[in-house]
Design a protein around this ligand. Structure first.
Ligand SMILES: [Zn+2]
Length: 321
């Protein structure tokens, strides 16, 4: 099965009016139908929230938050959305193993990923979110109360350090995507648990703070985590004209820096603030052409890993038992 480690499904439905069941909305690529038709069996479905101040992209959106309480409510609404469309959340290693054994094309399940930790009103609340199904937390998007983020330099706050300690106690996985460089450095120093970068490009190939530094990619590889390549053109090329060849180029670079293709996978972020016009694929059926292109650079075993097997192996060792 193909695994995609970043889709803002609930945000797109609730804040943008593009529902999940049925075909994708005009100009967009992601829906249950398009994912299962492409052979996707597992997605990381996000609880994504955006603060009012840092969202030039979404100026009129009613789902922006001013306070942690509002972020909390918007986050909970998204968890409710996943239940309402029958997207099953896998919570444990044994649930993942059973799902994998029984999987056949047409079935889809999700891992719940919180992008931006502000809905966690205080670190003591991590347990409640874990209870709701959250298994991975990315502390940043823009700056949060926990750390610096995209276009918002800075390190971990005291609250951020406390968040990491509480995440470790609840066996939550750390996602460094969107964290500012100093926050990445400081959290990798403080963090002993499983670590991933669910969605992004390689900064060595496309300069910009949102892309992953080689030293972060290398450290994730050293710890046997996973780096997921994003399909957003802006993450792949500065001129924005990225296609399948650029995805392959980033994957090749990430595999070289991480030390093995086993530490690289797909985190498309498709429809997350961009549509078909800004995606490196024109439809999810393009995943087939990506697989073919990867076969010219990697062994068949490595290609199956990148398309999904690497995430499954990582999760089967990192989810709670
Ligand atoms: Zn993101």
């Amino acid at each position: 099965m193909i695994v995609d480690s970043h889709l803002d499904i609930a945000w797109n439905a609730l804040a943008e009016g593009r529902g999940f069941n049925g075909p994708p909305a005009q100009g967009y690529l992601i829906s249950r139908d398009s994912l299962v038709a492409a052979g996707v069996g597992l997605v990381f479905a996000t609880v994504f929230t955006a603060p009012r101040g840092a969202s030039k992209l979404l100026p009129k959106n009613p789902f922006l938050y001013d306070t942690p309480r509002e972020a909390n409510l918007i986050g909970r609404l998204q968890v409710g959305y996943y239940a309402s469309v029958g997207l099953r959340l896998l919570r444990t290693r044994s649930q993942l193993r059973a799902y994998q054994r029984a999987w056949r094309p047409g079935k889809l399940a999700a891992i719940l990923l919180m992008e931006n930790a502000d809905p966690i009103e205080s670190p003591a609340q991590v347990g409640e979110w874990a209870q709701l199904g959250v298994r991975i937390i990315g502390p940043a998007w823009a700056r949060t109360r926990y750390c610096g983020g995209t276009d918002a330099p800075g390190g971990l706050t005291d609250l951020g350090r406390e968040l990491l300690r509480t995440m470790a106690r609840h066996e939550v996985i750390l996602d460094i995507s969107h964290m500012a460089d100093r926050s990445v450095r400081e959290s990798l120093e403080a963090w002993q648990g499983p670590v991933v970068a669910t969605h992004g490009g390689a900064r060595a190939l496309n300069p910009g703070q949102r892309q992953f530094e080689d030293r972060a990619i290398a450290e994730i590889g050293r710890r046997h985590g996973i780096v997921g390549v994003s399909f957003y053109r802006g993450h792949l090329r500065s001129d924005g004209h990225a296609g399948v060849a650029d995805l392959v180029r980033h994957i090749r670079h990430m595999a070289d820096i991480a030390g093995d293709p086993a530490f690289v996978a797909l985190g498309s972020d498709l429809d997350g603030g961009f549509g078909r016009d800004e995606a490196a694929l024109s439809s999810t059926a393009g995943l087939g052409s990506l697989r073919n292109a990867l076969q010219r650079h990697f062994s068949a075993h490595d290609v199956e890993g990148i398309m999904g097997g690497n995430w499954l192996r990582f999760l089967s060792a990192s989810l709670p038992t």
